[in-house]
Each structure stands twice: as structure tokens, then as C-alpha cells.
Design a protein around this ligand. Structure first.
Ligand code: TPP
Length: 615
């Protein structure tokens, strides 16, 4: 059946029975494609029925469907003209794994970071009202994303301004792992509330048992779902905010969803529709363990050797902090991704999952720090962007210690521009007091964590989405002098200052460069991005004519620009060439492809150096 669906209009003439077949077909296509090519798995499967019902009732793109995060919107892609290209998802030049405005007119607002859909939706709704248009705005947000503060800012505004916006709360009681927090408990209570559900079902049954009035009453019930919920409503939290609550609805019952969507379509006021779905639906394994099947690597993915930096963080925290009560680890819904699950399991009183709430995580950390607890925040570089002001205002300005372990720093690969961690250096570089570091390998990550947690300072460590080449988990930790770089080789004339992942790349091409220019070169592991090692900079400026800097991060405001800035204050300085990521958003592809595109792979760096020297 899927063959005949090239746009959402093609769904409109199908019967309910056919819609179920359609939904199955879409799920099968997702399963087959993701198993083969990799991608998100349990989240997209959980919302196939919901997506079919939405596209059946609403008229996208005139009606605006806004998906939060977008990792679950695979069915939306398939039903909006991207069925045949779906197999290219997350591949270089292929479909994005998230929504993207330039990919389809049905992708109203792209996303990748959670919890934006209510605010963007309200902006859209207000623009509609201002322009005197008449479409529906529907924001679809998961219970995980609802743990983020932005959702409440959006609802607070929406409830006050009271315009048409429908929020569909896709509640599967899971974030990537279990959803956390009071709201999660509240939603769960609603779904499992036997009294409410019994009354609801009883009313429905009773109407069916009184044939004379059943048709009229049921018609009334269908039409006034709103009214019924008015006196039965369990969603009082939303109601009190001025948002009509309807639910909970079975997100796999197409008839029920279609009926309710049709009945609320003409509401002119805000509505929250609470839909419960099963993550991983249509795959028994994924339904049973949606966290394990959150994403699949794809058939062609080759497991690389070595230990991931994330795992090393987990090992290090256990090894370095388990004997002391003064450390507390904070995650914002990313315990698995950041490698700290084992720590969380073993030391439940010394870890907290705050939900998808990065800004809260950092302000929370500041509170801990005032009482002598050293907060260790395990977070992805890209999501740290959410907490920029909290770092500046609540940690640095207060002069409090905190350790930021920033995973996925640099190019992340198939998740693309929303997820690349390429702005953290520039973001933090301009802030006073913070120490910014990047290890050259796994052993150094261990030492930097040790140094950070004992520094009593705000200390950040960035490391890439990679398995590292050198890690010996039996080593004893070493304290590294803050601000001290490391000479890896000493030459004259030419020096390469490399940060983090770039150290190995520079070491890999060292011999080739030396053969080419017939002299030895200096390579420095610039493990402190801030403070920079002024002693070494002064030293090399005496006998080196040319300095190259390499970093897997934005060039503007990055490490290289700190070096330029330093030498610009001197009377004489070597010639400096900086290489990082130029001022643009980098699309998706494998990490290797993207390093090549950005000129940060071995070949490109070799050529970059040689071309400049030849000049
Ligand atoms: C700001 C931010 N922090 C963390 C993440 C990582 N992340 C991606 S999806 C997800 C869970 C989302 O849960 P939910 O909204 O319930 O959607 P589901 O996957 O259950 O459908 C998380 C934590 C993110 N995308 N954005």
C-alpha cells in the first residue's frame, strides 16, 4: 500500500482498516532500513500509528506539525514524499536523521535538541493570528522532552495568550532510558489511574447497552470529548495553566485518535492531548527493551578498536571518586551516552539525572558546590550550549568549582549539524576563570579527570566521539600542572600545536612532513586550551618561523585564535596558520567523511602544512 502514498493527501481516502495496513507497512520499512543502514529505532516505531492518524486528519504542510527533537519522525518523512529516499537517511548527502527545513516543506522547523516544539509552535501560532491565517499548529513532544524547562516556559506563555495550539504529549514513559522527575510520575499516575479509566470505559459501555440512546449519546460523547474530560479530567496541572487537557488516549488505536483529532481540530484554544504510546512498537525486541534498541548501528558499521572516551569517563569516575563522598555526578538524561550508567547504578546517592535540563543541571551544580560537594557534569558538547549562561553566571562568576566532562566534542557524524560539538571551545574561551582542556588519548583523559576533580576550579574536558588509541586502565592517575603543555617532538622552524583528537593526526603525519621538508618538526600536545602555555609559546617563538594550530572545533574564537591573540601583543612573532572548522554548519555523514570535508583528516592536514610551507 505504501507504494501509492506520495503525499499525505493520498492517505485521506483510505479506510481505517487500510490505515492499519499502511501503518504496518511504514513500520516494516523503518525496521528494514534502520537494521540495514543504522539510525534511531524504538522512538520512530513508537509513533508510526500516531503519525498516520495525524496526517490523516490534518493537512500538512498547511497545518503545521512540529516534531520535538525529530529523531522519531521517520514515519513523517516516509508519508511526506520521502519514501524512496528513506534508505539514504543519515548518510552523506542523504536525508537527515532529524527534520530539516530545506529537506521538505512538511518539516516546519528542524530540531535535534529537545524541548523546542512548544515555543516554536506558539511563535508560529501567533504569526498565524497576526497574519489572519487559519491553520492548525500541532506540537508533538515526548515525555522525555517535557522534562526540559523550555516546555514550561512555552506552556506558561501559551496558557496566558490562549490561542489555537495543540500539544500532543507522546508519552511512552521513556526518555532514552527511564524518564525522570515529578512530571513523569504524574503522567504515569494519569495513565494507570484505574478509577479514571474505569469511569471512562464504563460510560462508553453503558451508552452501548442502551440502544435507543446509544447513537445520540455516543455522537455527543465523540463531539464533546472536551466536555467529558471537563469533569473527569486528571490533567489538572495543564488545565490550571489554561491548557485544555484531553487524554490519556491509546496512541495505537487509530479510530480513537482520529475521532479525537477531528473533534479538537476546530478548537480555537490551547489543548494538550495526552497520548500514550509503546516505544519500539511492532518490534517485540525493541518493545521489550526500548533503551537497548534506541538506535542501531547498521549492517555496514565496523566496530573500531579501542575503548571509547565515554567508557573511560565511566571507569575513571568509579576509580577516582568511589572512595569519597565529596563528588556528585550529574547527567541530563544521558547516562548511557556519556558512559556513566555503571557509576549511576553503583552509587545512586552520588548521582542525579535531572532530565533533559542542561541549564538546570549547571545551576544545580552551583548549589552543590557552595556546600563543598564537587559536581561532575557529564554532558555532550552540543547540549552544553543550553547552559552557557548558567556556566558564566552560576559557576564562574561565583567562583565555584565544577568539572564539565564534554563528550562528543568535534564532529559526531550521522547526527549532523544539531549534534556536532564544534562550538564549545569558542563558547567557553571568552569566559574568565574556566579551564578548558582536551586529552590526546585515553590515559590523558583519566589524568585530566583526576586533575579536574582535585583542582577546586571550574574545569572542562572535551573529547570526541571516538575510540581512543591509548588507554591502560591499570595506570595510577597523575596530576597535570594546570596550563602545562607537552612536547611530543622537538625540531626547529616549524611547530604544530595540536588539540585533542588532532594530536594523533599530527603525530601520524610527522614522518611524512619531515621527509618532505627534510628537517625535524616540533609537535606540541596543547592539552590546555585555556590557560595557554605562555612559557612554551615564548620558547618556540625564539627559534620557530612558522606555527600551525589544529583543533576539531570552530576556528572563530577557538584555540588558534587564542594563539594569534597572544602573539599579536608581541613585538615579533612567528607566522601563524590556524586550522579548525570554518564558519559554517557541517552536515551529516560519517565522522571520517566529515573530517575530510572540513580538512581535518590526515591527508588534508598534510597538504595544508606543505602548501603553506611551500609559499
Ligand atoms: C537538549 C537535549 N538534550 C539531550 C538530548 C538527547 N536526547 C535525544 S532524544 C532524548 C530522549 C527524548 O525522549 P522523549 O522526548 O520522551 O522522546 P522518545 O524518544 O521517548 O520518543 C534525549 C535525551 C537532546 N536531543 N537534546
Amino acid at each position: 500500500m505504501l507504494e501509492g502514498i506520495n503525499a499525505p493527501e493520498d492517505l485521506k481516502n483510505l479506510s481505517i482498516k487500510e490505515l492499519y495496513v499502511m501503518s504496518n507497512d511504514v513500520s516494516e520499512l523503518i525496521k528494514k532500513t534502520v537494521k540495514e543502514h543504522g539510525g534511531h529505532y524504538s522512538s520512530p516505531l513508537g509513533v508510526v500509528d500516531l503519525t498516520v492518524a495525524l496526517h490523516y486528519v490534518y493537512n500538512s504542510p498547511e497545518d503545521k506539525l512540529i516534531w520535538d527533537v525529530g529523531h522519531q519522525a521517520y514515519a513523517h518523512k516516509i508519508l511526506t514524499g520521502r519514501r524512496d529516499t528513506f534508505k539514504t537517511i543519515r548518510k552523506k548527502n542523504g536525508l537527515s536523521g532529524f527534520l530539516k527545513r530545506d529537506e521538505s516543506p512538511h518539516d516546519i522547523i528542524g530540531a535535534g535538541h529537545a524541548t523546542t516544539s512548544i515555543s516554536s509552535g506558539l511563535g508560529l501560532a501567533h504569526a498565524r493570528d497576526y497574519n489572519k491565517n487559519n491553520f492548525n499548529v500541532i506540537s508533538i513532544i515526548g515525555d522525555g522532552a517535557m522534562t526540559g524547562g523550555l516546555a514550561y516556559e512555552g506552556m506558561n506563555n501559551l496558557g496566558f495568550h490562549r490561542t489555537q495550539q495543540t500539544i500532543i504529549l507522546n508519552d511512552n514513559s521513556k526518555s532514552i532510558s527511564q524518564s525522570v522527575g515529578a512530571l513523569s510520575g504524574y503522567l504515569n499516575k494519569i495513565i494507570t489511574n484505574p478509577t479514571y479509566n474505569k469511569i471512562r470505559n464504563d460510560i462508553w459501555d453503558i451508552t452501548g447497552k442502551i440502544p435507543v440512546i446509544s447513537k445520540v449519546v455516543r455522537k455527543f460523547l465523540k463531539k464533546s470529548e472536551e466536555g467529558i474530560k471537563g469533569f473527569l479530567t486528571p490533567g489538572i496541572l495543564f488545565e490550571e495553566l489554561g491548557i485544555r487537557y484531553i487524554g490519556p488516549l491509546d496512541g495505537h488505536n487509530l479510530e480513537e485518535m482520529i475521532r479525537v483529532f477531528n473533534s479538537i481540530k476546530n478548537f480555537k484554544t490551547p489543548v494538550l492531548l495526552h497520548v500514550f504510546t509503546r516505544k519500539g512498537k511492532k518490534s517485540s525486541k525493541a518493545e521489550l527493551d526500548s533503551t537497548k534498541y534506541y538506535s542501531l548501528p547498521g549492517k555496514d558499521s565496523i566496530a573500531s578498536k579501542g575503548t571509547s572516551y565515554s567508557k573511560i569517563l565511566g571507569h575513571s569516575l568509579i576509580k577516582l571518586t568511589s572512595g569519597s563522598k565529596k563528588f556528585k555526578c550529574i547527567t541530563a538524561a544521558m547516562d548511557i551516552g556519556t558512559g556513566i550508567s555503571e557509576f549511576c547504578r553503583n552509587y545512586p546517592d552520588r548521582y542525579i539525572d535531572v532530565g533533559i535540563a542542561e541549564s538546570h543541571a549547571v545551576s544545580y551544580a552551583s548549589g552543590l558546590a557552595t556546600e563543598g560537594i564537587v559536581p561532575i557534569i557529564a554532558i555532550y558538547s552540543t547540549f552544553m550550549q543550553r547552559a552557557y549562561d548558567q556556566i558564566m553566571h552560576d559557576i564562574l562568576l561565583q567562583d565555584l568549582p565544577a568539572v564539565f566532562c564534554m563528550d562528543r566534542a568535534g564532529l559526531v557524524g550521522p547526527d549532523g549539524p544539531t549534534h556536532h560539538g564544534i562550538f564549545d571551545i569558542s563558547m567557553l574561551n571568552s569566559l574568565p576563570r574556566i579551564i578548558i582542556t582536551a586529552p590526546k588519548d585515553g590515559n590523558e583523559l583519566f589524568d585530566l579527570i583526576y586533575t579536574g576533580i582535585n583542582s577546586n576550579k571550574p574545569f572542562s574536558i572535551r573529547y570526541p566521539k571516538e575510540n581512543c588509541h591509548r588507554y591502560n586502565h591499570n595506570l595510577e592517575p597523575l596530576l597535570i600542572d594546570i596550563g602545562k603543555w607537552e612536547y611530543l617532538s622537538k625540531g626547529e622552524n616549524i611547530a604544530l600545536l595540536a588539540v585533542g583528537s588532532m594530536v594523533k593526526t599530527c603525530m601520524d603525519i610527522k614522518d611524512d612532513i619531515e621527509d618532505f621538508i627534510n628537517e625535524e618538526i616540533t609537535i606540541i600536545n596543547a592539552r590546555f586550551i585555556k590557560p595557554i602555555d605562555e612559557n612554551i609559546l615564548n620558547e618556540i617563538s625564539n627559534n620557530h618561523k612558522t606555527i600551525f594550530t589544529f583543533e576539531e572545533g570552530s576556528e572563530i574564537g577557538g584555540f588558534g585564535s587564542s594563539i594569534l591573540n597572544y602573539y599579536s601583543r608581541k613585538e615579533t612573532a612567528p607566522q601563524i596558520y590556524i586550522k579548525g572548522i570554518e564558519d559554517s554548519f557541517i552536515q551529516h555523514g560519517t565522522r571520517e567523511e566529515l573530517l575530510e570535508i572540513t580538512g581535518l583528516d590526515r591527508n588534508s592536514i598534510f597538504n595544508f602544512i606543505i602548501n603553506k610551507i611551500k609559499r
